[in-house]
Design a protein around this ligand. Structure first.
Ligand code: PSU
Ligand code: MN
Length: 320
C-alpha cells in the first residue's frame, strides 16, 4: 500500500513540476543546464521567427556543451525542458497563451491553462528545479513614467529573492534604465557587465549607466555566484552581455523609434501586463523587422555566454 505521507512529500518536493528526461539526467549528473523563458516566444516575437529562434537558441546551448531547459506551463502543468513540438505549439498559439508572471502561476495551474513564463516565473521554476543559469533577451524593469503609473516589472523583485543568474542584453530603453538600476541597487541585486563598463541597452552595446562589476571571464562570474549563494545571500544576478557589434542598431535611431512606440501605447491606452508586448511589437513594426533581427542575435549571444557560465559553475560545484 502506498504511504500517503510519502506521496505528499514526493509531490511537494518536485512541486508538481514536470522535468524532461534530458534535463533531469543532466541535473542529477551535475552537468550544466541553462534555463530559457517562454514569454519571449509567445509575446516577444512573431510566429514563425519565435519558434525558429527558440529552437536555434537551444542548439547554441547544446553546441556549447550544456543542456537547454525551456520553461512554460502547459495545461496547468509546469514544464522544465519543453520538447520541440511543445515549443512549436506555444509559438503558434502566441498571445492567446497567458503571459504568466509570479502572481499568475497558481491560477494558470488551477485553471489547467497554458502559460508562457516571464523572467520572474522562469526564475521561480528554474530555482525549484535546481538550475542556476538562465538566458534571455531583456529583463523587465521600471517603466518610463513609473512615478505616475507605478509600472515596475515583477522581474526586479524576483531578482531580489530567487537564486538564479540571468544573462541578458541589458534593459531596453522602453524602460527607465536609471530607475531600473536604482531599484536593483536597493534590492542588492548585482549588475555584472560581461566585458563592458556600461550597462548595454539591448539594441545597443552601451548606455549612459555603469555596471557594478566588469568581469572578463565566465569563470569569474561563476565564482561570484558560488560565493553569493554559499553565504546564503539570496537573490539573483543580472549578467549584462552587449549585443554583438555586427548586429547592434543605431542609438539615436532607436531612441526615436522607442519614443514613437511609447506615444502609440499611450494613445491606445495600453497599460499593465500588455505594455511590454505592445511596445516590442510596435518597435519591430516601426523598424521593419530590424529590431527583430537584432533581438534574435542577442538572445543567441546570451545563450552562448550563459552556457559558458553554466559549465564553469558546474565545474566549481563538482570539485567541492
Ligand atoms: N523584454 C524583452 N523581450 C521580452 C520581455 C521583456 O525585450 O520578451 C518579456 C520577458 O518575459 C519579461 C517580460 O520577463 O516581458 C516583462 O514583462 P512585464 O514588464 O510585464 O513584467
Ligand atoms: Mn508591468
Amino acid at each position: 500500500m502506498s504511504n500517503p505521507a510519502m506521496t505528499q512529500k514526493t509531490q511537494s518536493q518536485n512541486y508538481g513540476i514536470h522535468i524532461s528526461e534530458e534535463v533531469r539526467a543532466a541535473l542529477t549528473a551535475g552537468k550544466p543546464v541553462v534555463a530559457l523563458e517562454s514569454t519571449i516566444i509567445s509575446h516577444g516575437m512573431p510566429y514563425p521567427q519565435n519558434v525558429e529562434t527558440a529552437l536555434s537558441v537551444e542548439q547554441v546551448i547544446r553546441d556549447a556543451g550544456a543542456v537547454p531547459a525551456t520553461i512554460a506551463i502547459l495545461q496547468g502543468k509546469p514544464i522544465v525542458g519543453m520538447s520541440a513540438d511543445e515549443i512549436e505549439y506555444l509559438g503558434k498559439t502566441g498571445q492567446a497563451v497567458i503571459k504568466t508572471s509570479r502572481r499568475d502561476i497558481p491560477f494558470v495551474m488551477a485553471m489547467a491553462k497554458d502559460g508562457a513564463t516571464t523572467v520572474a516565473s522562469t526564475m521561480i521554476f528554474a530555482a525549484k528545479a535546481g538550475i542556476a543559469v538562465f538566458a534571455t533577451g531583456g529583463i523587465g524593469g521600471v517603466h518610463r513614467d513609473a512615478q505616475q503609473t507605478f509600472d515596475v516589472s515583477a522581474d526586479l523583485q524576483e531578482l531580489a529573492t530567487t537564486n538564479v543568474a540571468v544573462v541578458c542584453a541589458g534593459a531596453k530603453s522602453i524602460l527607465d534604465i536609471a530607475l531600473t538600476r536604482e531599484y536593483l541597487e536597493t534590492q542588492g541585486v548585482p549588475v555584472v557587465g560581461y566585458q563592458t563598463n556600461t550597462l548595454p541597452a539591448f539594441y545597443t552595446r552601451e548606455s549612459d549607466f555603469s555596471v557594478d562589476y566588469r568581469l572578463e571571464h565566465p569563470a569569474e562570474i561563476a565564482s561570484a555566484m558560488q560565493h553569493k549563494w554559499q553565504l546564503e545571500i539570496d537573490g539573483g544576478l543580472v549578467i549584462a552581455n552587449p549585443i554583438p557589434e555586427a548586429y547592434a542598431l543605431s542609438r539615436t535611431e532607436m531612441d526615436s523609434v522607442i519614443e514613437k512606440a511609447i506615444s502609440a501605447m499611450n494613445a491606445a491606452g495600453v497599460r499593465g501586463k500588455e505594455s511590454t508586448p505592445f511596445l516590442l511589437a510596435k518597435v519591430a513594426e516601426i523598424t521593419g523587422g530590424d529590431s527583430l533581427a537584432a533581438n534574435i542575435q542577442l538572445v543567441k549571444n546570451n545563450a552562448k555566454l550563459a552556457s559558458a557560465i553554466a559549465l564553469d559553475y558546474a565545474a566549481l560545484n563538482n570539485t567541492n
